[in-house]
Design a protein around this ligand. Sequence first.
Ligand code: MRU
Length: 363
Amino acid sequence: MRTVYWQDGKVKMIDQRLLPGEEVIAEFATVAEVARSISEMYVRGAPAIGATAAYGMALAANVSDATDSGDLLNDLRRAKDTLDAARPTAVNLSWATRRLLSLAEEIAASKPSMEGSVADLRSALLAEAEALADEDIQINRRMGYNGAAVVPDGANLLHHCNTGSLATVDFGTALGVIYACHEQGKQIHVWVDETRPRLQGARLTAWELMRAEVPMHLIADNAAGHLMRTGQVDVVVFGADRVAANGDVANKIGTYKIAVVARENGIPVYCVAPTSTVDLDLPDGDHIPIEERGDEEVVEIGARSIAPANVPVYNPAFDITPNRYVTGIVTEEGICYPPFKQSLRTAVEKGRAAIEAERAERE
Ligand code: MRU
């Protein structure tokens, strides 16, 4: 099943806040609600956020009462601002809204006074959102198989956060590599970091891997260093919310610590991310905005408080892993190795060309 999809004029998604206890489909009928689904983390994970935002743009066109393309474009620009503000670190969000807005602008510019242009724009935006979601699955499968090539049979992998079907439209990024190895019949085993404070590893990755029958153990985040030092980890894999032009990686808080300890112990570290997560506009990780989230994520587990009332809390949701700790960045266009500046640019250009080619084929 897809993590997020369009049905009956609404954006629908599995409510990830309730997993693994309950499997509930939540639905959203306005742009503000879709933005809330992202900020409140009904949906999370960079590619899934991007697909949700794309559907949010299609929804904006669908519910707009504009009667000409100029007014519709203004509604779309407002929708983009609302959606982009929902979460700051995952660049797939603004990548997706820009892709849909640019398409609408191109169509409007090419057919300024055409009868029915608003209806045309509405259907073109929905088709583009659907194409983006379909592409996400194909890209993840390609990335998964690209990454599987560097995972030996019998490997123990360490994985952080959730990068699986739930973090994407389907299949996943770093977990996609694990699913690809599993599909190839490799005898792998996964150490699943619980991933405090929101426990995406314990709640989501463990749930996904158990359903897929991939051998795994859930570990406390603090166990990872011990496992690496004692030779129980062969490969570290994680996703990314944004990769800067030089290969610095923003990912779930705790990733940096894992990558440093992996380097200390000679363990290869692979970041797995589609080219839509690479932000060539930012020279390095210091320019990536780091989201800070609410105190309750740190002081509560479930609804139960685990710290004194009113304790001061600092809760950055992501960290930056400098490129020197990253062995390779697995994309749908192949594995990028240092110097990342060149290899990432080449992959991004190929990724853009593939999207253009696919769009031309659809038309
Ligand atoms: O805060 P989240 O749960 O949205 O953070 C997600 C992660 O950090 C993932 O590991 C990352 O998005 C890569 S996902 C395919």
